[in-house]
Design a binder for this molecule. Structure first.
Ligand code: CDM
Ligand code: ATP
Length: 285
């Protein structure tokens, strides 16, 4: 969406509809197989050009120094890659919980990469932007490419897929999960045999699971409580390393009813699964 040189861009959440850990690399990072899907719910970035070459981001996120914010890191990476000295005012309307397993920071970074590429007329290809994005975080490339995907490696080897697009109710159990703590836990399952994408898709949603779930349940009883509560009402899973958990529902009315049931218990929202990122829809308009 554009308005007098301004770009208003959605930065959607992602869910890991399946997450297998198949190994550990020498540098300590874990090899994953995962199915990424977007949600029609997320942050919003508003980008406007500045004449003085300054990069300004508002508001400041609590606990994140401006220079560490993935949006400014993305902007700086773009300028370094192209030699551009152009500036921008960037406003972030943050709706996604930080460290929730919904990929909010990664999605913000992708929106900044694609949006500033457009705003500054840089004409970098999606391939180059995905490569720059990977240096910012393993989940950035899928948001740059904008297709639901089967991902391997640490999440950078992507094959587009079309998944079912049910409704989801996403619950934040009110605790903050440390991704490094989960990946460092001795008992974490790290030896799931790799499978093909075809086999994962054939298995269908009922067979999909997240290898982090047992460890996260043990380390964070609040997550276990939310998963147990949701599972009594609909098929439920953890996304990423949590803390968020999600229930899958066939109809929006079922999602609305479940949200009503949750009311006051936890922070939650409903959203539909999307196989194409709304960021790319907005840039195409
Ligand atoms: C688990 C996922 O949510 C799946 O989508 C993501 O791969 C996590 O990505 P993320 O939150 O961007 O994580 P990062 O900030 O890159 O990594 C945090 C820490 O988790 C560990 N880590 C992360 C990703 C990965 N594939 N293996 C790891 O071992 C590393 O110790 C790393 O230092
Ligand atoms: N724009 C940003 N939005 C959110 N977090 C950011 C941002 N920039 C930097 N960060 C840092 O990145 C960390 C991870 O944020 P994010 O919301 O992407 O986690 P997540 O949802 O758990 O992602 P994942 O599913 O990739 O694990 C935050 O705790 C914060 O310190």
């Amino acid at each position: 969406m554009s308005d007098a040189g301004r770009l208003i861009l959605p930065a959607p959440a992602k869910l890991n509809r399946l997450l297998h850990i198949t190994g550990r690399r020498p540098d300590g990072y874990h090899e994953l197989q995962t199915l990424f899907q977007f949600l029609d719910h997320g942050d919003t970035l508003t980008l406007a050009p500045r004449d003085d070459g300054e990069l300004r981001l508002t508001p400041t996120l609590s606990g994140v120094a401006p220079a560490d914010n993935l949006i400014l890191r993305a902007a700086t990476a773009l300028r370094e890659a192209t030699g551009s000295r152009q500036g921008a005012d960037i406003h972030l309307d943050k709706r996604l919980p930080m460290g929730g397993g919904l990929g909010g920071g990664s999605s913000d970074a992708a929106a900044a990469l694609l949006g500033l590429n457009r705003l500054w007329g840089l004409h970098l290809s999606i391939e180059v932007l995905a490569e720059l994005g990977l240096r910012l975080g393993a989940d950035v490339p899928v948001f740059v490419r904008g297709h639901a995907a089967w991902a391997e490696g640490i999440g950078e080897r992507l094959t587009p897929v079309a998944l079912d697009t049910p409704w989801f109710v996403v619950v934040h159990p009110g605790v903050s999960v440390s991704t490094p703590a989960v990946f460092q836990a001795p008992e974490l399952t790290r030896d799931t045999p790799p499978i093909t994408m075809a086999r994962a898709l054939q298995g269908g949603t009922a067979s999909w699971r997240n290898d982090c779930e047992l460890t996260v349940r043990e380390l964070y009883p609040e997550v276990a409580g939310a998963l147990d509560w949701l599972s009594d009402r609909a098929p439920a899973m953890l996304t990423g390393t949590g803390a968020c958990v999600f229930a899958r529902l066939d109809h929006e009315a079922d999602a609305t009813a479940l949200l009503d049931d949750i009311s006051g218990r936890w922070t939650s929202f409903k959203a539909q699964g999307l196989n194409r990122s709304p960021l790319h829809d907005a840039l195409d308009r």
